[in-house]
Design a binder for this molecule. Structure first.
Ligand code: TRP
Length: 457
């Protein structure tokens, strides 16, 4: 850790900073791009019927996601602290807004507990890919069911993934997080591009996939679908729990946040759409069902990989694992930065203890994974996912938005935004009137609580 990259923090320790602006962008992009784009986006799009869901998701990214990402960067860089500390510093000690920070720490904890299990599946598939996928499509798809139903394997891979996350977070900002992101994100982009073109031009499913994803059929859109589209906009952009506040806090003054937020959101959306096109081309080519739930990519892609061979499949699952890792460490980093900044723990102790607890909670998801009914039949996995993605993240985002709109001092806000021009006024208008209202409406609609709507059927 170079001295000149650090500033004093309230507890008297030196705060680490990114080594370069590119390092920050790649790390934030690495946090955003992960299983959410490649695993989750295609499967929930399949479950919620395609085009109309995708459209709502895209609207949410622009109207809610982009302004909030900017808001989180601004709060983080201004506060130079973990989410709890940042809200206090920008308001006052003991401010009730720190509650938003706590909820973020709790969200990070819960999300990582199931995220790690899915990341573990991705790792398991590296070795299945090395061994080679062979047999009928049904046999290949069966491998996923076997993996999920054998807790021993799931637990082993979940353990390995958590150990990696903890080790990198202990390594710290520049030497841990930044270095990895720089190398691996560009590679992932290239391989997805290749798979998308293959899906579009070398299978019979390309056109059907495009129609499925981009021709909206609003009859298929439910209140739950709209809520999930909003929740996914938060999830995929790593918003609503202070991850971007934390990453913003490792940033020095001077970077142009608006441009960075736009670049990251666009890139993240592109990756998700590319993955969607690639995967649905295969789904339609092989005549499979789009509704395959959490198994979608693990069941469809290997059928193609059986034809393409390990030269494509092994790098794919390796990169998917790394994408998951750069996201997983951002989840852990939020929890760790809270204990380091606010409780005075050492980075190593915080990473080990919290990583250990997250691991333990994750065991529930790995063992009971999908089958054991719990909380309305969803299983721990679905329950944690639904609770965090559809409620905790949107509510955390709503609070962050209200804070930015009404509490963040205008002078500081302009300073962080970088100008007072039209873009700034548009941003303030969005976070004051549009974004919060949109989030509240979608949550109420998802809960079937919106007045003037008929929920009787
Ligand atoms: N955005 C990541 C993905 O799409 C997951 C993630 C990382 C995340 N950090 C987060 C989600 C913070 C919500 C909040 O895979």
């Amino acid at each position: 850790m170079a001295e000149d990259n650090s500033t004093s923090s309230p507890v008297g320790k030196l705060r680490q900073h990114w080594g370069s602006r590119l390092g920050f962008i790649l790390a934030a992009t690495g946090s955003a791009i992960g299983l959410g784009n490649i695993w989750k986006f295609p499967y929930i799009t399949g479950d919620y019927g395609g085009g109309a869901f995708v459209l709502v998701y895209l609207v949410c990214v622009v109207v809610v996601g982009l302004p909030l990402m900017l808001a989180e960067f601004m709060i983080g860089r201004r506060g130079q602290e973990n989410p709890v500390g940042a809200f206090q510093k920008l308001h006052r000690k003991g401010s009730p807004w720190q509650g938003a920070g706590w909820m973020g720490v709790a969200s990070g904890f819960l999300i990582l507990s199931f995220y790690s299990v899915v990341a573990g599946w991705a790792m398991a598939y590296i070795f299945k890919a090395i061994a080679g996928f062979a047999g009928s499509p049904e046999q290949i798809q069966d491998q996923f069911t076997q993996l999920v139903l054998s807790p021993g394997d799931s637990i082993m891979w979940h353990s390995i993934f958590m150990v990696l996350c903890v080790a990198i977070v202990i390594g710290g900002i520049q030497h841990g997080i930044e270095r990895w992101s720089k190398i691996l994100m560009p590679l992932l982009f290239l391989i997805l591009l290749g798979l998308m073109f293959y899906g579009l031009f070398s299978t019979n499913g390309g056109l059907k996939a495009l129609a499925f994803l981009f021709r909206p059929d609003f009859h298929k859109l439910t209140g739950e679908g709209i809520l999930s589209a909003l929740g996914h906009a938060f999830f995929t952009l790593s918003l609503g729990m202070g991850a971007m506040i934390t990453y913003g806090s490792y940033m020095e003054r001077g970077a142009r946040l608006v441009r960075d937020a736009i670049a990251i959101s666009v890139l993240d959306t592109f990756i998700a759409l590319m993955a969607g096109v690639a995967i649905f081309s295969l789904v339609f080519h092989f005549g499979m069902e789009p509704q395959q739930s959490v198994g979608l990519i693990f069941k469809t892609l290997p059928v193609l990989f059986a034809e393409l061979g390990p030269w494509i499949s092994v790098p794919f699952f390796v990169l998917l694992t790394f994408a998951a890792l750069t996201s997983g460490i951002s989840l852990l980093e939020v929890v760790v930065s809270y204990f380091v900044d606010e409780r005075g723990w050492s980075r190593t102790a915080a990473a080990l203890v919290m990583g250990g607890l997250i691991y333990a909670v994750g065991l529930l998801c790995a063992t009971a994974s999908l089958e054991v009914p719990f909380m309305g039949g969803k299983g721990y996995f679905g329950f944690f996912d639904d609770l965090t993605t559809n409620y905790m993240l949107p509510i955390g985002g709503l609070l962050t938005c209200l804070f930015t709109a009404w509490v963040f001092r205008d002078k500081d806000r302009v300073d962080e935004f970088g100008s007072r021009g039209f873009a700034y006024r548009a941003f303030v208008f969005l976070v004051k009137y549009i974004t919060p209202v949109a989030v509240v409406i979608v949550i109420l609609h998802g809960l079937k609580l919106l007045p003037f709507m008929d929920y009787s059927h």
